[in-house]
Design a protein around this ligand. Structure first.
Ligand code: NAD
Length: 503
């Protein structure tokens, strides 16, 4: 039976949608052709934002502005301490506007408000971390190359960075890239998802108020075809930092290869949580539900495969089912909501298609599986698919919805085999009180992150990224700023020439 949700319309529904202009060269401007993108709240159905719609023409002017700011502007030439002050000021201003930014992300993405606040607070922490790293960036020196030689390796900002972000964590993901690029002294053109651009425009405004010189950060709303593709193949862009689907990541790498740009890729995942009988099963069950349904499963790190030891599979599944019944689905603006709206009707349909496919492949839908009827917006019931095998699409592909697929294993080796039986390699979770199980699985899985007796924690100090088709490179961590630099080797020779060629 489907539940009926009553969604209260917030005050924004009675106002004109908020309007956002493109940020190019320090000014907010309309698109040259007057184009506009409208975004409706997926949780409430009304139009919440209108952005100027950039096309290739604005990509050219924004890249030119970023290029100018890089070649002749003060930003790359400042002391790191001065750049750090701007980043710290930005962090302070984000914190002051936390509630406003969280609300924008909620209205455009459908995520729950309490969760969105946590994301913006996390972003503030990342901006502060990047400010600290700005001042630790350094090269190397070699005084061991002989009396006459001194070798110095300096790190220089790579140049203009094209940043492309998805809709599922609109403010958090740009904050995993931009502050580090800025800390290195780079300039940037940022293209947020055309569905969730508002908070990135607010970030642009904040950066100008924090004292960032004009042209250092430019923000373009627009579609992947009209802005993402021209930006990533633009010869004036030195590096592309992309977060999104593996499919578009591949297109982006191909586009970037035309001028051999550096690429950093954060892509999809099909992450497994492996549960052994000796685990704290209560904690593991809570983490299974969290991993499957956090952000409505629209999460690269979603623990979308629950890989349970066969000895406990039935009881554990029953417990996970009971917890699933307690997950509150509903109005993203409601403080008690755990699972909000699905990003769009088209995406909700794609998720339902996966469930139909799973059923016809012989798997069983033991919880949820249906759209929830709601007075407005797109909502899906948290869903558990049991009896799946590793060959089924539901167990291999990224569904990107509130769907937990359950698989069983016999021993640690088989658990590792199942976890690795996908093209992705973003993250994995292990639940066991036995060190041997934890180590066997932690070392055996081919993923960028492994959580042991915990799931989906994140810290700016720890690098994040994927193996295999989940990405290329790492974000965050001690080396996050280095990623936005080039290394230059300078060799100093003193005294008379020591290595004559012609004698
Ligand atoms: P998407 O790939 O459809 O879009 C991502 C961005 O790319 C958007 O801004 C989009 O407009 C742009 N784009 C689309 N076509 C383009 C093209 N041809 N050239 C350049 N840019 C183009 O992804 P999405 O649906 O917005 O986000 C969901 C995906 O993102 C999931 O696969 C998820 O796993 C992944 N993701 C990964 C991470 C990570 O850190 N690994 C984090 C969040 C999301």
């Amino acid at each position: 039976m489907t539940a009926a949700l009553t969604i209260a319309l917030p005050p924004e529904a009675d106002r004109d949608p908020a309007s956002y202009k493109l940020l190019i060269g320090g000014r907010f401007v309309d698109a040259a052709d007057g184009g506009v993108i409208e975004r409706a709240s997926p949780g409430h159905g009304f139009v919440v934002s209108r952005y100027a719609r950039a096309t290739e023409k604005e990509v050219d002017t924004a890249v030119e502005a970023a290029r100018r700011a890089f070649e002749t502007g003060p930003w790359p030439r400042m002391k790191a301490s001065e750049r750090a002050s701007v980043l710290l000021k930005a962090a302070e201003l984000i914190e002051m506007r936390l509630e406003e930014i969280a609300r924008l992300d909620v209205l455009e993405s459908g995520k729950p408000i309490a969760q969105a606040r946590g994301e913006i607070a996390g972003a503030v922490d990342i901006w502060r971390y990047a400010a600290a790293l700005a001042r630790t960036l350094h090269g190397e020196s070699y005084a061991n190359l002989g009396e006459a030689m001194l070798g110095v390796v300096v790190r220089e900002p790579i140049g203009v960075v094209g940043i492309v972000t998805p809709w599922n964590f609109p403010f958090l993901i740009v904050s995993q890239k931009l502050p580090f690029a800025l800390a290195a002294g780079c300039t940037a053109v940022v293209k947020p998802s055309e569905m969730t651009s508002a908070s990135t425009f607010v970030l642009g405004e904040i950066l100008l108020s924090a004292g960032l010189p004009e042209g250092v950060v430019n923000v373009l709303a627009g579609t992947g075809e009209e802005v993402g593709a021209p930006l990533t193949r633009h010869p004036g862009v030195d590096m592309v930092s992309f977060t999104g689907s593996t499919r578009v990541g591949k297109l982006t790498m191909a586009a970037a290869s035309t001028s051999l740009k550096k690429v950093a890729m954060e892509l999809g995942g099909k992450n497994g949580q492996i549960v052994f009988p000796d685990a704290d099963l209560e904690a593991a069950a809570d983490a299974a539900v969290f991993g499957g349904f956090f952000n409505a499963g629209e999460c690269c790190n979603a623990g979308s495969r629950l890989i349970v030891h066969e000895a406990i599979a039935e009881d554990f599944l029953a417990e996970v089912g009971r917890l699933t019944d307690r997950v509150t689905v509903g109005d993203p603006l409601d403080e008690g909501t755990k699972v909000g709206a699905i990003i769009s009707a088209a995406h909700a349909q794609k998720i339902r298609d996966y469930l139909d496919g799973a059923a016809s492949d012989g798997a069983r839908i033991v919880r949820g599986g249906k759209a929830l009827s709601a007075s407005a917006g797109e909502y899906l019931a948290p869903t558990i698919v049991a009896g799946a095998s590793s060959t089924m699409a539901i167990a291999r592909e990224e569904v990107f919805g509130p769907v937990l697929t359950v698989l069983a294993f016999r021993d640690a080796q088989e658990a590792v085999r199942i976890a690795n039986d996908t093209n992705y390699g973003l993250s994995a979770g292990i639940w066991s009180s036995n060190m041997d199980n934890c180590l066997t699985v932690a070392r055996g899985v081919r993923t960028g992150t492994v959580w042991v007796n915990t799931f989906m924690d994140g810290f700016p100090e720890l690098p994040f990224g994927g193996y295999r088709q989940s990405g290329l490179g790492r974000e965050l961590g001690l080396r996050a700023v280095e990623d936005y630099t080039e290394e230059k080797t300078i060799q100093f020779h003193k005294g008379p020439r020591t290595n004559w060629w012609l004698g």
